[in-house]
Design a protein around this ligand. Structure first.
Ligand SMILES: Cc1ncc(COP(=O)(O)O)c(C=O)c1O
Length: 408
């Protein structure tokens, strides 16, 4: 397109609004939604050539669709803009039906029986299930460690280790793991560094610039940002996507619906603005709650009282939209507080425009033994908040009235 001849020079925010597959013959401004499962060939010869890989073009939406590709291309352009491909590598991506499909595909496309994975213990519940329960069923050994202890990563690495896996900030206690230092250990052990970057968001943290080889998102969260669609995406070195992930997705089918990919594509246009607006509100709300007498502990990566504040400042632009806090009085008090909130809704989702609260020990982390929960800091009085886009004063007022309702 003549009008797009400066495309390679576009900056990050521009890529987020414009990068996509070429427009159709109608020249639409809003990207088209190709809600189609298959594609028609001009001839039987063309069909044969496509299946032989000798002719570019789509064949079947399980393994390729223009709307899905537009979503992938926009994410690739955004993540690549901070990353020097001359010293690093070319980034490619594949979108998936959910964040969990992205995690599972990234692991299973690459690992085989006899391989080994080292992962941080503090993982989202389903990610922990994949590492702790699913992979070992297929002969893949796994070791879960305290991810904040760099020596533990080093000690856990074996000659068969193929993947180091972590999320940072962690769910729900928001520990910050040193992605750069852990990537360096992973690479020394010929392992891939895989980062689940959901809590940080693509806006606030770019793991590729910190040494990660593969970055995973649940697009369900801040990418959609309005609590509508499930989706996921795996970004990584192009050669790894070509050699492992692309064919795995083609053959096993954890593919995203073109409709959901279209929602994600359009949501990316406002993602930067939304994420910063989430952070503005989270900063104000945590500042107010951290001095409230009924709050015994509050963890927010953007607050100087966070135990890993300096590291958070180094690898994240801002503290994000999530915080956790503890009320004295255990589960009973935590339930009472959640039930008494008027504006903030009880829900285990996150990254929504609506503020949401969840009680991790009875929901997202219910399957862990009590001792395991306590080891990662989840007490019965702990609540996790995903701060939305409401007026910050309304959020403060809602929490203050619910805290007051706990009595003395
Ligand atoms: C850190 C993290 N990773 C992965 C997922 C899974 O995403 P999805 O629900 O889209 O499968 C979630 C969902 O809450 C999450 O919080």
């Amino acid at each position: 397109m003549a009008k797009e001849k400066n495309k390679n020079k576009w900056r990050k925010s521009t890529n987020l609004v414009h990068e996509a597959e070429p427009r159709t013959a109608y020249g639409e401004t809003g990207e088209a939604l190709f809600l189609t499962s298959g594609y028609v060939y001009d001839s039987a010869e063309q069909a044969q050539a496509r299946f032989l890989g000798e002719d570019d073009g789509y064949q079947y939406s399980r393994f390729g669709n223009p709307t899905v590709r537009s979503f992938e291309k926009r994410m690739i352009a955004f993540e690549s803009s901070d990353f020097n491909a001359e010293t690093g590598f070319e980034i490619d991506a594949r979108a998936t039906a959910t964040g969990m499909a992205a995690v599972t595909a990234a692991m299973l496309c690459y690992l085989k029986a006899g391989d080994h994975v080292v992962a941080a213990k503090a993982l989202f519940g389903s990610c922990r299930y994949i590492v702790e329960t699913l992979l070992p069923r297929y002969g893949i050994k796994t070791t879960l460690i305290d991810g904040t202890d760099l020596t533990a990563w080093e000690r856990a690495a074996l000659p068969e280790t193929k993947i180091f896996f972590l999320e940072s900030p962690t769910n729900p206690m928001l520990d910050i793991l040193d992605i750069e230092a852990i990537s360096e250990i992973a690479h020394r052990h010929d392992s891939l560094m895989v980062v689940d970057n959901v809590f940080a968001t693509p806006v606030l943290q770019n793991p590729f610039t910190l040494g990660a080889d593969i970055v995973i998102y649940s697009a369900t969260k801040h990418i959609d940002g309005q609590g509508r669609c499930l989706g996921g995406i795996v970004l990584g070195r192009k050669d790894w996507i070509d050699d492992y992930l692309a064919n795995f997705i083609r053959q096993t089918g954890p593919s995203i619906s073109p409709f959901n990919a279209w929602v994600m594509l359009k949501s990316l246009e406002t993602m930067e603005l939304r994420v910063h607006a989430h952070c503005d509100r989270a900063e104000k709300l945590t500042e107010a709650l951290s001095v409230h007498p009924k709050v015994s502990r509050l963890v927010y990566p953007g607050n100087p009282s966070h135990p890993h504040f300096e590291l958070a400042k180094k690898q994240m632009q801002r503290g994000g939209s999530l915080f956790s806090f503890e009320v004295s009085g255990g589960q009973k008090a935590a339930f009472k507080l959640a039930n008494n909130l008027q504006l903030v809704k009880i829900s285990n989702n996150l990254g929504d425009a609506k503020s949401l609260i969840t009680h991790p020990s009875t929901t997202t982390h219910q399957k862990l033994e009590e001792q395991e929960r306590l080891k990662i800091g989840i007490t019965p009085g702990t609540l996790r908040v995903s701060v939305g886009l409401e007026d910050p004063q309304d959020l403060i007022d809602d929490f203050v009235q619910a805290l007051e309702s706990l009595g003395s």
